[in-house]
Design a protein around this ligand. Structure first.
Ligand SMILES: NC(=O)c1ccc[n+]([C@@H]2O[C@H](COP(=O)([O-])OP(=O)(O)OC[C@H]3O[C@@H](n4cnc5c(N)ncnc54)[C@H](OP(=O)(O)O)[C@@H]3O)[C@@H](O)[C@H]2O)c1
Length: 311
């Protein structure tokens, strides 16, 4: 039976295991995909810990980790148009993605250009798309100044590059160890921690026009002091605090058109998702720990070797 990395209860890493699960059967409008790469995101371990994203149905256990993949179409469910067996695709999964086989809703799935790697494609549906949606939501003109907190993580690296490509001046907070990395993305790096607000003011003496928060909590509260117009204060991960502060959660579009736009940005050399660590499916737990520790650099991806097509 195909392998999948699952959680069989809500809790810590002790509820995780690599399991043999029947191959999923595509329902109406769905594609069965042989997974070649799966992005690892904070929401994966948060769901295992019992968090339910707004609007998501209750998690049925055991559940397969993951939500963004790239792979090869193996079967078409009923009522699918625009895809054929053998197509290279990427998108947001139905029912998990750290697995040899996963399901994608065809309407929200994009074709993967040949020049886009499996690993890079697998980072676009959640991390890069969240970055893209947030930058568009802020709707800043060229020359505006944007503060991105958590600039060195999966969403942050994409948000910085997308904003810079639009002529926006970006200040990015990250650990001191990520200074060279964040600077290489085109942002002014500011180390987080005590005094961060003063350091941000020093590099942006004219103030910041918007904040895209990817850290939440205290970092978000401090960043909010810097932006008067709260329609320009958004958070990717802390809905509660951003609402208290008069700002907004990032509004996700979740369309195939956004995935196509992101693929073009990568193939045009505008966006590098910075896949900095890859793991085989057998080491999915280690991949998840690399993100759960909270200091990821760019993206962590699980890679699965090619297998013979299903007969
Ligand atoms: N709404 C959505 O659809 C959506 C989608 C994707 C992600 N999210 C959320 O957005 C947040 C970021 O996601 P991600 O994938 O980018 O996470 P990630 O890859 O784990 O990156 C988080 C980054 O924050 C840095 N960091 C930690 N503490 C910090 C602080 N106080 N100030 C500044 N940086 C700090 C970390 O490294 P250093 O400490 O080394 O700098 C790390 O690079 C998460 O809460 C996630 O759940 C939401």
């Amino acid at each position: 039976m195909p392998k999948a990395y699952i959680y069989s209860g809500f809790g810590g890493p002790e509820v995780e295991s690599l399991a043999d699960l029947p191959r999923p059967v595509p329902g109406p409008g769905e594609l069965l995909v042989a997974v070649r790469a799966a992005g690892v995101n904070p929401v994966d371990w948060k769901r295992r810990a019992g968090f339910r994203p707004l609007g998501a149905p209750p998690t049925e256990l055991p559940a397969v980790f993951g939500g963004e993949i790239a792979g090869v179409v193996e079967r078409l469910g009923p009522d699918v148009a625009g895809f054929a067996v053998g197509d290279a695709v990427f998108g947001n999964t139905v029912g998990g993605g750290y697995a040899e086989y996963a399901l994608l809703p065809a309407q929200l799935t994009a074709h993967k250009p040949a020049s886009l790697s499996w690993a890079d494609a697998a980072t676009l549906p959640i991390a890069a798309a969240t970055a893209y949606d947030g930058v568009l939501q802020l709707d800043l003109p060229p020359g505006a100044t944007l503060l991105v907190t958590g600039a060195g993580g999966g969403v942050g690296v994409a948000a910085v590059q997308i904003a810079v490509s639009r002529g926006i001046h970006v200040v990015g907070t990250a650990s001191a160890a990520k200074e060279a990395f964040v600077t290489s993305l085109g942002a002014r790096h500011v180390a987080y921690g005590p005094g961060a607000v003063d350091r941000i003011r020093a590099v942006a003496p004219q103030g910041v026009d918007a904040v895209y928060d990817l850290v939440g909590g205290v970092a978000l509260k401090e960043a909010a002091e810097l932006v008067a117009d709260r329609t320009k204060l958004i958070s990717g991960g802390d809905r509660g605090t951003v609402a208290e502060l008069g700002g907004f959660p990032v509004a996700r579009q979740r369309t195939a058109a956004v995935l196509d736009a992101l693929a073009e940005l990568v193939t045009d050399g505008v966006l590098n998702p910075f896949v900095t660590a890859t793991f085989p499916l057998e080491r999915a737990g280690a991949a998840l720990r690399a993100v759960e520790e909270g200091h990821a650099r760019g993206k962590v991806v699980i890679e699965i070797p090619p297998r013979p097509a299903l007969s």
